[in-house]
Design a protein around this ligand. Structure first.
Ligand SMILES: Cc1cc2nc3c(=O)[nH]c(=O)nc-3n(C[C@H](O)[C@H](O)[C@H](O)COP(=O)(O)OP(=O)(O)OC[C@H]3O[C@@H](n4cnc5c(N)ncnc54)[C@H](O)[C@@H]3O)c2cc1C
Length: 652
């Protein structure tokens, strides 16, 4: 009993100590955080100093609020508001209805993806280096749609070598520019490479041998060797073969830096994307809060740690894992553009920086000046790139074994895994970990769980949308609005696209089906601004597994002979018949009199059926159809579309 009392007192003292410590830690960081405006704009340095005194009362109130939120019990605590932490938090809150606390030691959310508007030029920049989103994972691409509008963007990089700008990765043009050649096609390029390559008797033992066997000594000496030395402070001969094993060399003119299927930038920046990711009311975010300073006060059902794994186990006294870091030198230039492209690499040993990023190029930003950031590689500082050496890998294996033995803490993200992850890999890694820890993964993969809603809207009241989102667990809602009415956003999953008021709902559906920036959900539900079909009916019908196309026709029976559909348009029956012949699937024997007819164009269609539709009719053909509906001079086609959806999506 006495021991219990003693333990309680000790706990109380510990709590008071951590409370005081927390207040002290928080006090210093709150002033800065309080001044930051919601748009992620950095306060000018002078303003930071000025605000220090006047903001004190507000800061201490904020500090108390923060201490209160930290001492509250949460289902889940997440350390780090970077991509890994934000995805874990979002998944627990929004799919499992759990309360989540996110503590972040920096004064902002977003981790290394954080961006803000440069005060002097008005140009959006990344604080920790340019971030280009690219992925081949459909799950990731679909996931990010709910939290940002993504603008297709294919990144290109050039290197400045011997005073010439050459595409990176190396392609036909790089070689032609560097060596004054006239290679014109893949066969010639392959022959050139073959003549350059060193054909080694044994598998490469280090990155130098890898490079020589892939690109030969000339490209290696001009490009790869000096850049590697600047980046890693080691020669390629000192680095394992895996570091340069995948250097891409293209035998074409393709100048894209990435070859993933989806490449895009968030239209309103990464910080806004993170605000949406963390926007669930069940998530509490405390920035400027180091986990190690507050961990004694936290009450968490489960913890996800996205910081450096060696920092978590620092008390063991083991050696630290090595990282390479970067520093950034900002320069503003009063010129329209500083360099020909957003990112220029500088392999030359005569230049101290590794690359120069000019953010104005991204999404065509406007300003009468430009801002550039020169990047310098260094040891120490923010941990960016794990150093790939056998000693580090062996040490990480020890940390990992220790991490794996902690059952109530999961280690997630690039720092916890001591592995360079691209953004999409971080997202996938976090989603899969969430699946594993909660058994929720089966849901994501089940065909019934992902549904999009597509709405053709004019001026109708759309207040019914939130109820549908909740009841159908919708991934996204696409509203095509045609009459200039304002559509309330209300939810991060709603995407609004204004269209000209032409071509009835057929125009909206075609517009949607032809979009290249979305991955279609397992089911896409198409309805009007005031749906004639009820929510209950949609839910019931979606419950029937395995369908490709469901007509939500509200009359019974839902399949009509085509003439029944024609009645109200009998004046153009001849034209309707001709159009039907033009658009019916080639293999179909169905006559105009007997085909399925979809009234009001309200239906649900599976992803497989959409894919079949896009394959059968080809994009140029559908583009022509869309133009025709938009031109509005062929009413028959809009009426045909209104009725023909079942035929068009049929699997024949
Ligand atoms: C220079 C650079 C450029 C990049 N460019 C690209 C690109 O173009 N495309 C691409 O796909 N990927 C890019 N990446 C990778 C991308 O940044 C990562 O995939 C992503 O940031 C990983 O997210 P994360 O949450 O795992 O880690 P982080 O973003 O590092 O987040 C971890 C967070 O945990 C916080 N934290 C750590 N310790 C504590 C603690 N004790 N208490 C509280 N909080 C703590 C950190 O402050 C940080 O905010 C780039 C990375 C770098 C370094």
């Amino acid at each position: 009993m006495a021991r219990l009392q003693h333990a309680r007192v000790a706990m109380l003292v510990k709590k008071m100590f951590y409370g005081a410590l927390l207040a002290a830690v928080l006090y210093g960081v709150i002033l800065f955080a309080a001044m930051r405006d919601a748009a992620g704009r950095e306060p000018p340095a002078a303003a930071r100093g000025r605000a220090r005194v006047s903001a004190i009362p507000q800061a201490s109130a904020r500090g108390r609020a923060r201490a209160a939120s930290i001492s509250t019990a949460y289902d889940v605590c997440v350390v780090g508001a970077g991509l890994s932490g934000a995805v874990i938090a979002q998944q627990y809150a929004s799919t499992l209805n759990k309360t989540v606390l996110v503590v972040e030691k920096r004064d902002h959310i977003g981790g290394n993806c954080y961006d803000y508007t440069d005060e002097e030029t008005g140009i959006r920049v990344n604080r920790y280096g340019a971030h280009l989103f690219h992925t081949k994972h459909a799950r990731v691409w679909r996931y990010v749609q709910a939290f940002a509008t993504w603008v297709p963007y294919e990144h290109e990089v050039q290197a400045l070598v011997d005073g010439k700008y050459v595409p990176v990765p190396v392609n036909i043009d790089s070689v032609n520019i560097l060596f004054g050649l006239n290679i014109s096609g893949p066969a010639q390029m392959r022959a050139w490479l073959h003549a350059e390559q060193r054909h080694l008797p044994a598998p490469p033992r280090n990155s130098e041998e890898v490079s020589l066997s892939r690109v030969g000594p000339r490209l290696y000496e001009k490009l790869f060797k000096p850049y590697t030395i600047k980046q890693w402070a080691k020669t390629p001969a000192q680095l394992g073969p895996e570091v340069m094993a995948r250097i891409p060399v293209r035998t074409s003119h393709d100048a894209r830096y990435f070859s993933d299927r989806w490449q895009a930038l968030p239209a309103h920046g990464y910080t806004a994307f993170f605000e949406n990711l963390l926007g669930d009311p069940r998530i509490t975010v405390e920035t400027g809060t180091d986990f190690f300073a507050v961990r004694g006060a936290l009450r968490c059902g489960r913890t996800y740690f996205t910081g450096p794994v060696d920092a978590y186990f620092a008390h063991l006294g083991w050696p630290r894992l090595e990282y390479r870091s970067l520093t950034f030198a900002r320069e503003v230039h009063a010129v329209p553009l500083y360099q020909p492209i957003s990112v220029v690499n500088h392999p030359s040993p005569a230049v101290p920086y590794t690359r120069v990023v000019e953010y104005k190029h991204f999404l065509g930003q406007r300003s009468n000046k430009t801002v550039i950031f020169k990047e310098f590689s260094q040891d120490g500082g923010e941990p960016y790139y794990p150093v790939p050496s056998p000693a580090n890998q062996a040490l990480f294996a020890k940390y990992k074994a220790m991490a794996d033995s902690h059952t109530n803490v999961s280690f997630v993200g690039r720092l916890a895994n001591y592995k360079y992850f691209n953004m999409d890999e971080s997202i996938l890694n976090a989603l899969e970990l969430f699946d594993r820890d909660t058994g929720a993964g089966a849901g994501e993969r089940a065909p019934r769980t992902s549904s999009d809603l597509v709405i053709a809207h004019c001026t109708e009241d759309l207040s019914w949308i939130p109820a549908w989102i909740a009841a159908l667990h919708l991934s996204r809602v696409y509203v095509y609005t045609k009459c200039g009415a304002q559509v309330p956003r209300g939810s991060a999953v709603v995407r609004v696209t204004p269209l000209a008021n032409k071509g009835r709902e057929g125009q909206s559906w075609l517009h949607h089906l032809l979009r290249t920036d979305i991955v279609f959900a397992d089911q896409s539900v198409f309805v009007q601004g005031s749906p004639e079909v009820t929510l209950a009916a949609v839910r019931r019908r979606l419950g029937s597994r395995g369908h490709r196309f469901i007509d939500f026709g509200t009359q019974s029976p839902s399949t009509y002979a085509f003439p029944g559909c024609v009645t109200s348009h009998s004046a153009i029956e001849g034209e309707l018949r001709a159009r039907y012949q033009e658009w019916k699937p080639p293999a179909s024997n169905a006559s105009f009199e007997s085909i399925h007819c979809t009234l009001r164009g309200e239906f649900s269609v599976s992803r497989a059926a959409i894919q079949g539709f896009l394959r059968r009719h080809t994009r140029p053909r559908l583009e022509r159809l869309k133009q025709e509906t938009e031109a509005g001079n062929a009413p028959a086609i809009t009426y045909v579309l209104e009725r023909l959806w079942g035929v068009l999506f049929s699997s024949e």
